[in-house]
Design a protein around this ligand. Structure first.
Ligand SMILES: *Cc1c(COP(=O)(O)O)cnc(C)c1O
Length: 384
């Protein structure tokens, strides 16, 4: 029996009529960009995340670019992030005019290692009247962008304490972590802003592209609202923004899906727990390590394994959907060669890239499918 890595149609099955009705309403309303549906979604999404504001935009990538601009990143300034993430995290830094500075990850959670962040700032930076400045180059460090990878929020107690000490704005890349918690706070409620993607395969996916930025700051929210629409107010422009708006239709779909989200989280967490116990005794497999303070929404269920490539091939041979997120760390991507990083610079990231494999974890998997995936992994390692 083949098992898909993700089957979105199963998630949509029970809400098909609602989605169709939303489409019909949007068609009749002739409001296709922003509009009341987007405003309702913004307010419901802000409530869900526990933030004052949420500002819709066209994608998660755009959310990051807009949030970096609103954090005050200027051309040529440094933005701290990690090299073990989806390309868009660092791509957005460059598109916002910044230069990525990579900090290695924690080997357990795959998230930014707060000790290494602290060390990099203390070793390389000084606090000046221009803010944080990298001493050797004199370049300003204008923001930190931790990524809540695979649905687990970073250690936001430590990261916020370090960044607050330096006065460094934090832009959370929460694109994989909608609803995930660190202690009582949801992703996107810790930093200056939180950035979300509604790419269809994310835990809250639109039927196309979409994004959202959360913030607790009234002025940042107002600036983001201008920046997503060419940066002006009326026809008066003091800065240059983008065309990055959320479609009314996508907002209407997302409002329906947001109401299902907690139930979907439950399903993913139940499936993750099943795998955790199934793999507990396999010596060659390390199951996801979730910090005790974190409540993961498992956008991915990602193992660290021995003989990863052989396991990948064996599972695919049996029709079991699986993938490597992410096979080539960002500091080794050709387009970032000008940053001057080399192999060996981020050993924890490089090791993770060679060892990780993600398994199907979406909430609508059947018990038979889960058992099949678990058995296939067990069979691969039995006798090894
Ligand atoms: C998906 C994703 C993005 C980009 O979102 P899009 O909506 O596809 O533009 C950015 N960062 C991370 C970590 C992501 O997973």
């Amino acid at each position: 029996m083949a098992v898909p890595l993700l089957d979105i149609s199963r998630q949509h099955g029970p809400i098909l009529d609602e989605l169709r009705e939303a489409f019909n309403k949007a068609l009749e309303s002739s409001r296709f960009i922003k509009g009341p549906e987007m405003e309702f979604l913004e307010s419901e999404f802000a409530d869900y995340c526990g933030t004052r504001h949420a500002v819709g935009c066209a994608s998660g990538t755009d959310a990051l670019i807009l949030a970096l601009m609103a954090a005050g990143v200027e051309t040529g300034e440094l933005v701290i992030t990690t090299p073990f993430t989806f390309f868009a995290s660092a791509g957005a830094v460059v598109r916002a005019g910044g230069i990525p500075v990579f900090i290695d990850i924690d080997p357990d959670t795959f998230n930014m290692d707060a000790d290494l962040l602290d060390k990099w700032l203390n070793t390389n930076c000084a606090l000046t009247d221009r803010g944080v400045v990298e001493r050797s180059s004199g370049t300003r460090v204008s923001a930190a962008m931790p990524v809540h990878l695979f649905g687990q929020v970073c250690d936001m107690d430590r990261i916020m304490a370090i960044c607050d000490d330096w006065g460094l704005p934090v832009v959370e890349d929460a694109c994989q972590a909608v609803g995930a918690k660190w202690k009582k706070g949801r992703a996107g409620s810790f930093g200056m802003t939180g950035c979300f993607s509604f790419f269809p395969s994310k835990n809250l996916g639109a039927l196309g592209d979409g994004g959202m930025i959360t913030t607790g700051d009234d002025e940042v929210a107002a600036r983001l609202t201008r920046l997503r629409e060419h940066g002006g107010q009326g026809y008066i422009h003091r800065e240059i923004g983008f065309n990055s708006r959320l479609d009314s239709l996508q907002a209407a779909f997302l409002r329906i899906k947001l109401r299902c989200l907690e139930g979907w989280h439950k399903g993913r967490r139940r499936n993750a727990a099943f795998y955790d116990s199934s793999f507990a005794d396999i010596e060659q497999v390390i199951t996801p390590v979730i910090a005790p303070e974190a409540w993961s929404v498992y956008n991915q269920y990602t193992l660290r394994v021995r003989d990863r490539d052989a396991l990948l091939a064996a599972l695919r041979e049996q029709g079991i959907g699986c993938a490597v997120y992410y096979p080539l760390p960002l500091h080794l991507q050709e387009c970032f060669a000008p940053l001057g990083y080399e192999e060996g610079d981020f050993p924890v990231t490089e090791k993770a890239a060679a060892e990780v494999i993600s398994l199907p974890v979406f909430g609508e998997l059947t018990e038979e499918e889960l058992a099949e995936v678990a058995e296939a992994v067990k069979a691969f390692y039995s006798g090894k």
